[in-house]
Each structure stands twice: as C-alpha cells, then as structure tokens.
Design a protein around this ligand. Structure first.
Ligand code: SF4
Length: 343
C-alpha cells in the first residue's frame, strides 16, 4: 500500500482516516498541510491530534520530497529544474513564461520506453514510473519561484503509461484545498496510447488532452514513433472520436516539424484531410536537434508554409519555436545531457 501522504488524493485520505477510526474532516487537514502548505513532516501537521500523528508514523506513513539538484535559466526566461528522487534517479521539469501564464512541463516517468526517434528521453529507456507525489512535487517546488498557472504532463515519460499516478496527480493539483489549478489548465499529452485515451473519456475529471501526432500517414509516423506500429492512425482517430463523443472536449494535436520528413506542403494537405471533422487545434513545434539524432529542424519558411495550409483550412494553429535552447529545456531534449554526461 502507498504510504506516501503526498501521493494521496482527498478520497484516498478519507479512506485512510475512516480506517483509523477518525472523523473524516481530518483527511482535509492532512491534504491541505501537505499540498497547500508544503509540510514535509507528519509531526508538523499540528491541526491533527498528537495520537493521530503518532499512529500515522507508527503505521509507516511519511511525506515524500524531491530535491532540487540543478536549476538552470535560459536568457529567454525558460527555467529547467533537475530533481533528485530518493533512489538517486533524476527527472526534469521545465517552466515556461508566456504573458501572464506560468506553464510547468512535468515528468511522469524516469525515462520512457516509447522510443520516439526525435526525443532524447526515448533514448534513455524506462527506469520506473513516478508516484503521484513525485509528479505534484515538481509543481510544488517550481511553484516556489512563480505561481504555476498551467501544468502540461509532457516532460520525461508517457503519462498514460503511468495512468493511475497521472490521474491522481491531476486530482490533487485540481483540488480546491491544494494548488487548485483549473482542470482546463491541466493537459495530458500522449504519444497515442489508445486504451488510455478511451479510459480517460470515462473519468469523472476531464483534463485537456493533447496527442503527439507528428505525421499525416502511418508510414511516416512509424518511422518516427514505434507506437505507431501498434496503433494505426485509423485506430488512434477512432479513440479520439470516442473520446470527443463522450466528453465534447477539443483535442490538441502536437506536430513536431522535421526537415524533409513531415514538413512539406503535401504533408500539410494530408494532415488537413486527416483532421477534417475532428474538434481540434494544432501546435506546430520546431524540432530541437540533439546529439545522437541526425534529424534536422524545418526551416522557418517551411514552418510558415505548413502553418498557412492548416490556417487556410480553418484549423487554429500555434507555432511553438524553440525555447530554453542554452539549457536543453526544449521539447524532446529532456534527459539528453544527463545521458551524455553519464556515458
Ligand atoms: S516523445 Fe514522449 S512518448 Fe516519445 S519517447 Fe519522448 S517522452 Fe516518450
């Protein structure tokens, strides 16, 4: 059983408190102390009676905490955090500033087993899943520097491959007694695990959904993302259709533009055909090269041309140019330096 109080939703704390024969409202005291006031020692939750605090400690409960190992700031303002976990593993989060938005891109796994060829994390392989406590603590610690308004589950790891912890983190971050980040400001980004998308459609809580698409055809997608060999675009879009039928939510498609691979006018027109009828917007991401991968970023004219085709077809399109270049904080770069350093 998970003994870390930081990983527990209010509902899980309710169950714990009832099991201990205590009045349920005490669960709220624990949640608020841990999530809103960053208490890291059970004995310091002074809103609980001394015997209850002692009982929790006696049963092995504790409050986990990440360590800030490194904090790097790019001249463009982007901040990259390297966090240490108790077992010595390291993960990264990136804080992006955009007008009055403070968006934190959080990791959900140590490494990733999805192997997308354009992504440095994919080269690390999967070491392990993060707990919900590990995920929310990235927000707590980065939130000490700037109030986090948006969280995207798009750092190291595939969030839907760590489904329960990711959804618990969403519930914890959204709760009014904790950070209280609006549900529409929490975005899960997946490489397209269709069972996870279908499962998400039935949850009582609906964060935003983003899908890392990156190709208009199965053949191109399979070259970039091994997961495309398991799930065809037909299967993926059937899951998206089901998701939208049940939730009425708009989906964001992420499309990383790679020179000569997926960035021509023809690719853009094929993408338009593929997205027709789907309630969506598109984020075009400038590819960030990293050592060990010979893919090249599209030039700016190709990016503009691609965006123009989508916009002319009526799709809301955002172009995301490279951020945090001097600190390897861009999408797809997390974990790269760590691996190079350790080789
Ligand atoms: S892009 Fe995402 S899913 Fe793909 S390897 Fe990287 S972290 Fe994993």
């Amino acid at each position: 059983m998970e003994k870390d109080l930081k990983s527990k939703t209010v509902a899980a704390l309710d169950r714990l408190i009832v099991r201990l024969g205590q009045p349920k409202y005490q669960a709220g005291y624990i949640f608020s102390a841990v999530q809103a006031h960053s208490v890291t020692d059970i004995s310091a939750i002074t809103t609980l009676s001394k015997p209850l605090r002692a009982k929790l400690v006696e049963e092995g409960y504790y409050i986990s905490s990440l360590q800030v190992v490194e904090k790097l700031t790019d001249p463009d303002g982007t901040v990259k955090y390297v966090f240490g976990l108790p077992d010595g593993s390291k993960i990264e989060s990136v804080l992006l500033f955009d007008d009055d938005r403070r968006t934190l891109c959080v990791s959900t796994q140590v490494g990733c087993e999805m192997g997308c060829v354009f992504c440095a994390t994919g080269r690390l392989g999967l070491a392990r899943n993060l707990t919900a406590g590990d995920i929310v603590d990235q927000v707590n610690l980065a939130g000490g520097d700037a109030r986090i308004s948006n969280v995207v589950f798009m750092g190291m790891g595939e969030p839907l491959a760590n489904y329960e912890a990711t959804l618990d983190a969403v519930r914890i971050l959204n709760h009014s007694a904790g950070r209280h980040i609006g549900i529409r400001h929490l975005t899960i980004s997946t490489c397209g695990l269709v069972e996870g998308i279908e499962r998400l459609a039935d949850e009582g809580i609906q964060p935003r959904l983003a899908i890392s698409l990156n190709a208009p055809t199965d053949a191109i997608r399979q070259k970039l993302m091994p997961i495309a060999k398991k799930y065809s675009l037909g299967r993926l879009f059937a899951a998206v259709e089901l998701y939208q039928h049940k939730t009425r939510n708009r989906v964001t498609f992420e499309y990383c533009l790679i020179k000569g691979v997926n960035d021509t006018g023809l690719h853009a027109r094929m993408l338009v055909k593929r997205l027709r009828g789907v309630m969506c917007n598109v984020n075009l991401i400038e590819y960030n090269p990293h050592e060990g991968c010979n893919l090249k970023p599209s030039d700016r004219e190709a990016i503009e041309r691609f965006a123009g085709v989508l916009e002319d077809a009526g799709f809301e399109t955002t172009v995301r140019l490279k951020m945090g270049q001097t600190i390897n904080a861009a999408c797809g770069q997390l974990g790269a330096k760590r691996m190079e350093n350790s080789e």
